[in-house]
Design a protein around this ligand. Structure first.
Ligand SMILES: NC(=O)N[C@@H](CC(=O)O)C(=O)O
Ligand SMILES: [Zn+2]
Ligand SMILES: [Zn+2]
Length: 441
C-alpha cells in the first residue's frame, strides 16, 4: 500500500510505503508498483497510531458494558492502534489463568494491538502472573475504584519489588482514601443520573488525596528502583509530585477537556475516579501537558451502561468512555492552536512507546510496525454518541468538536476506513496476537 503526499507531524510531506506489517519506505516521491493500492493523502496528515496504555474493555465479566470487539472497534475509529487493558475485570487479572483467559478473548476479537496488564490484590498469584507476557503490573489501586481492588502500601511495596525483579513496569491509581472529605457526601446530592450533583464527588475525592498518594507511591517507587507510571493524574499537584523523579505520569482527556463546570450537565456521567477538578486546576493541567511535564495522554476508557449511570450519585459506578475521542479532541486542540501536532504525536505515540518499551511502535519510520492514522485537520465535526462505537452508547464529550480519522492501519492492515464524502465506515478483522507475545524476553 502506498500513502502519497501526507504531511507528517513535523510538517514534512512524504510518501509512505507499507509492505506486509511494516513501514517499508518514507520518502518524498515514491512510484506506485503495478498492483499496489494507492491512497492519496495530499492536504491531510499522517500520524503514528495512538498507543492508549489505559483502557478497561470489561471482558471477562463485564461484557454488558463493553467487549474486546466493541472496544477495539471504538479504538480503531479513534485512531488508537494499541490498547492496554487493566486488571479490574471479573475475574481480576491477578494470576496466570485469568491472564490466559483474557488473552484468548483479546486474540479472538481485538481489531487493534493490545497489551494485558496484571493486577495486585492480597490473594494475587505473582508466580503464575509473572510467568505471562505482562505488558505492565497495574493499575494497582491505592484506593478502591471500580472492582474494589484497593490495597495497602506494604503490599504495594512488595509488588514494586517483584515487578522490579521481573523488569515489568508498574502503573498505579494514586488516591489516599484517608484524605477523602466524607462530609462532602452529606446533604443534598441531587437526583439520579444527570440530576445528580457530581461536583460533590469532586469535593469528596480531594486533590490532596491524589497528591499525597502520588508522593507516597513515587517514594516507594524510587526505593524499589523499578519503572513507575502514575495513572490518570488529575491535578497539577499530582503531576508536580513526579517532578525530578524517574516516575512518569499520564493525563486523561476528561481531566484536560472537562472540569467541575461540566458537572451540572453531566451528573453521574461525570463521575469518575479521580474526579473532575475545578477549571483552574484543569487549566494548570493543560499547561503541564503543553510544557512537557505530563508524559502521556491515556484515556482510562471506563464504560458503564446508561442504566448503571442513571442511579443516585453514591450508587452510580465511576468511569467514562474515551478511547474513540482522545485523538479527535487533541487534534481539535491543534486546530484551535492550543497544542502542536508534534506534542500530540509525542504524548500519544512516541512517549508511550518509549516508556513501555515498544521500540517497534510509536513513529513513522522505516522498518517498524505500520500503525498509521490519516486525518484531515480541516474536517472537524461534532462528537455524537450515536456515531461512536463503544457498547456503552454515550460520551461525556457530546457536542464538543473533534477531528476523526479517515483511515487507521495496524501492522499494515486497514482496521478502519471512513469515506469523508458519505461517512460510510468499514472495519478490519481481529489480529490474533498481543503486542507483547510470549516470544518476547
Ligand atoms: N476511573 C474510574 O472511575 N473507573 C475505572 C477504574 C479506575 O481507573 O479507577 C473503571 O474501571 O471503571
Ligand atoms: Zn484508576
Ligand atoms: Zn482505570
Amino acid at each position: 500500500m502506498l500513502i502519497t503526499g501526507g504531511t507528517l507531524a513535523d510538517g514534512r510531506v512524504r510518501d509512505v510505503r507499507v509492505t506486509e506489517e511494516t513501514i517499508d519506505a518514507v520518502a518524498p516521491d515514491l512510484d506506485p508498483a503495478a498492483d499496489e493500492r494507492v491512497i492519496d493523502a495530499h492536504g491531510k496528515h499522517l500520524l503514528p497510531g495512538a498507543i492508549d496504555v489505559h483502557v478497561h474493555f470489561r471482558e471477562p465479566g463485564g461484557s454488558h458494558k463493553e467487549t474486546w470487539r466493541t472496544g477495539s472497534r471504538s479504538a480503531a475509529a479513534g485512531g488508537v492502534t494499541t490498547v492496554v487493558d487493566q486488571p479490574n475485570t471479573d475475574p481480576p487479572t491477578v494470576d496466570g489463568a485469568a491472564f490466559d483467559a483474557k488473552a484468548r478473548l483479546a486474540a479472538d476479537a481485538s481489531l487493534v494491538d493490545y497489551g494485558i496488564n496484571g493486577g495486585v490484590v492480597p490473594e494475587w498469584d505473582p508466580d503464575t502472573l509473572f510467568d505471562r507476557p505482562l505488558f505492565a503490573l497495574g493499575e494497582i489501586f491505592l484506593a478502591d475504584s471500580t472492582g474494589e481492588m484497593g490495597i495497602d502500601l506494604s503490599l504495594f511495596e512488595d509488588a514494586l519489588e517483584r515487578a522490579a525483579d521481573a523488569e515489568v513496569p508498574v502503573t498505579v491509581h494514586a488516591e489516599d482514601a484517608t484524605l477523602f472529605d466524607r462530609d462532602a457526601l452529606d446533604g443534598d446530592l441531587g437526583g439520579s443520573g444527570r440530576e445528580a450533583r457530581s461536583d460533590r464527588w469532586s469535593a469528596f475525592r480531594t486533590p490532596e488525596a491524589e497528591a499525597d498518594a502520588v508522593r507516597r507511591a513515587v517514594d516507594a517507587g524510587q526505593r524499589a528502583a523499578g519503572r513507575l507510571h502514575i495513572a490518570h493524574t488529575s491535578t497539577p499537584e499530582g503531576v508536580d509530585a513526579t517532578d525530578g523523579t524517574d516516575a512518569t505520569c499520564e493525563v486523561t482527556p476528561h481531566h484536560l477537556f472537562l472540569s467541575t463546570d461540566d458537572c451540572d450537565r453531566l451528573g453521574t456521567f461525570g463521575r469518575m475516579n479521580p474526579p473532575l477538578r475545578d477549571p483552574d486546576r484543569r487549566d494548570a493541567l493543560f499547561e503541564r501537558l503543553r510544557d512537557g511535564r505530563i508524559d502521556v495522554v491515556a484515556t482510562d476508557h471506563a464504560p458503564h451502561t446508561v442504566a448503571e449511570k442513571r442511579q443516585p450519585l453514591t450508587d452510580a459506578p465511576s468511569g467514562v468512555p474515551g478511547v474513540e475521542t482522545m485523538l479527535p479532541l487533541l487534534l481539535d486542540a491543534v486546530r484551535r492552536e492550543k497544542l502542536t501536532l508534534e506534542r500530540v504525536r509525542e504524548v500519544t505515540a512516541t512517549a508511550p512507546a518509549a516508556i513501555f518499551d515498544l521500540p517497534q511502535k510509536g513513529a513513522i519510520e522505516e522498518g517498524i510496525d505500520a500503525d498509521l492514522v490519516l486525518v484531515d485537520l480541516t474536517d472537524g465535526r461534532e462528537i455524537e454518541a450515536a456515531a461512536l462505537h463503544s457498547a456503552c452508547g454515550w460520551t461525556p464529550f457530546e457536542d464538543r468538536s473533534g477531528v476523526f480519522p479517515e483511515l487507521t492501519t495496524v501492522r499494515g492492515r486497514v482496521v478502519y476506513e471512513r469515506d469523508p464524502a458519505t461517512g460510510a465506515e468499514s472495519f478490519g478483522e481481529p489480529l490474533g496476537e498481543p503486542v507483547r507475545s510470549s516470544a518476547d524476553p
